[in-house]
Ligand binder design. Structure first.
Ligand code: NAP
Ligand code: MG
Length: 488
């Protein structure tokens, strides 16, 4: 093996490149908006390119939806709702959801490769996490479609109407599934706006709806930038808005909906504390830290971006973490050995680099691994800060990149106080040998999801959502059905 074909030269040993092939499917040169069961161009004829952040090459041209297109899509969803979907029995609706789930499985390889090309995440994650979980969400909700009476005993659950759904770029197809599956299972129709940088799998999902024979207009997808999302929220024809994204845009949406009867759920940012006690299994905890912050380049709202480690084991944990991080491979998202792929966009890469500078200016100490990164594309080496103070911006603000802030604590109460000293409340983690400590921490942290001796585990039957500035409403599980039904 020569030096040049070893993909992780900075590590102790190398692996030969093992790229997943992209020759088993063909992307179209351009994609229209998916409205009323058909792909149609934007009224203005405008398009934008979606690029591969690992090599900065354009993958396809995407239609840029304006206000008139948004109106067309909402009207198509309304017609489908009134004429077909609301009248259909839960059992029949469930059949479509099962079909969609199976087609996602059949097209899994293609969807995983497109997800990694469009968004930059390692193929191992899109193949083993995103796509299987997206199918699982449709299977799970297909099961609920004819059993809503059991989800809400003693009540009659009716659909709400047309849902406008806006999603971010970190889990593109999985976010489609989280939003669309419960809405459709409960009898609502949808207009979805994917993120500007990752529209492809949402558009392929339009093809999947066609393949499944889903009635026209039940699912519609309008692509574009933030202004398309804003036009969707403003549209008076929506009965419900579901948004996942940044806290700032979430607040703007809340303002825009003020005074209207449109229902709203928000899944926003996070700054989770991952707490390691001295009695934890340290090697496993180190793996948990890695998974908590470096999974998906740290583009995870529930990432364990703050490490709180008990003072007596701080040095051991930091040393082991450094050693483990030096083995992480940053590079080609399509390579099966890659641990950390490309940062999703140039703007996000600059944002993370700004935070690396802010942290150092604030007086914290930066550690970055020495692994090589490709010349083209957007990359950030796995990084952490020590010597940080609770007031530092890198401790308080969401970075949304592979950057960890490490703090220490002496007592459980101090750990809880630091963990809760944040405007967010989405997730958290605890590592300890003692069950009693697990219960104290899970009760003591104000966050929607807390993992014990593991991190970043998801299941469609488990509700997910936040407190405080991380938003409100839940997705997944029985709780996730509630925002999509009226009860009488
Ligand atoms: P973002 O800027 O808020 O974008 C999210 C979505 O909203 C995108 O589709 C975006 O379109 C659209 N958008 C932008 N401005 C809008 C406006 N004024 N009105 C309506 N829609 C608008 O967030 P992001 O930077 O893409 O995503 C990262 C954020 O999402 C992080 O803060 C992360 O924590 C959060 N997140 C939360 C969860 C959760 O479940 N709690 C899950 C994933 C991500 P464009 O892409 O075209 O700008
Ligand atoms: Mg892209």
């Amino acid at each position: 093996m020569t030096e040049t074909n070893i993909s992780n030269k900075g590590s102790y040993w190398g692996y030969a490149p093992a790229p997943e092939s992209a020759d088993h499917f063909k992307l179209k040169e351009q994609y229209g908006l998916f409205i009323g069961g058909k792909f149609v161009p934007a009224g203005s004829g405008k398009r934008f390119a979606t690029i591969n952040p690992a090599n900065e090459k354009a993958l396809a041209q995407i239609a840029d939806a304006g206000e008139k297109d948004v109106d067309r899509a909402v009207k198509a969803a309304r017609t489908a709702y009134e004429k077909v979907w609301r009248k259909m029995s839960g059992r029949e609706r469930g059949k479509y959801l099962y079909r969609i789930a199976r087609i996602i499985q059949e097209r899994a390889r293609e969807l995983a490769v497109v997800e990694s090309m469009d968004g930059g995440k390692p193929i191992r994650e899109s193949r083993d996490v995103d796509i299987p979980l997206a199918a699982a969400h449709f299977f799970y909700h297909a099961g609920w479609a004819d059993k809503l009476g059991y989800a809400f005993p003693g009540k009659t659950a009716s659909p709400i109407g047309v849902a406008g759904q806006i999603i971010p770029w970190n889990f593109p197809l999985l976010m489609v599934a989280w939003k669309v599956a419960p809405a459709l299972a409960c009898g609502n129709t949808v207009v979805l706006k994917p993120a500007e940088t990752t529209p492809l799998t949402a558009l392929l999902f339009g093809e999947i709806c066609q393949e499944a024979g889903l009635p026209d207009g039940v699912f519609n997808c309008i692509t574009g930038a933030g202004s398309t999302g804003a036009a969707l929220v403003k549209h008076p024809g929506l009965d419900k808005v579901a948004f996942t994204g940044s806290t700032d845009v979430g607040k703007a949406i809340q303002k825009s909906l003020a005074g209207r009867s449109t229902k709203l759920t928000l899944e926003l940012g996070g700054k989770a504390a991952n707490i390691i006690f001295e009695d934890a299994a340290i090697d496993q905890a180190v793996e948990g830290i890695i998974n908590g912050i470096f999974f998906n380049q740290g583009h995870v709202c529930c990432a364990g971006s703050r490490l709180l480690v008990q003072e007596s084991v701080e040095q051991e944990v930091v040393e082991k973490l450094k050693a483990r991080m030096e083995h992480l491979i940053v590079g080609d998202p399509l390579d099966k050995n890659t641990d950390i792929g490309a940062i999703n966009s140039k703007a996000q890469c600059e944002r993370i680099r700004d935070y690396l500078k802010v942290g150092q200016d604030e007086g914290a100490e930066l550690f970055q691994t020495k692994c090589p990164v490709p010349e083209k594309g957007y990359w950030v080496r796995p990084s952490f800060f020590t010597k940080v103070a609770q007031s530092h911006r890198i401790v308080q603000e969401e970075i949304f990149g592979p950057v960890l802030a490490i703090q220490s604590f002496r007592t459980l109460d101090e750990a809880l106080e630091k963990a809760n000293n944040t405007p967010y409340g989405l997730s958290g983690g605890v590592w300890t040998d003692k069950g009693a400590k697990i219960f104290k921490v899970t009760r003591g942290i104000k966050a929607g999801v807390i993992w014990a001796n593991t991190f970043n585990k998801f299941d469609p039957s488990s509700p997910f959502g936040g407190y405080k500035e991380s938003g409100y409403g839940r997705e997944g599980g029985r709780h996730g059905l509630r925002p999509y039904v009226e009860l009488s």
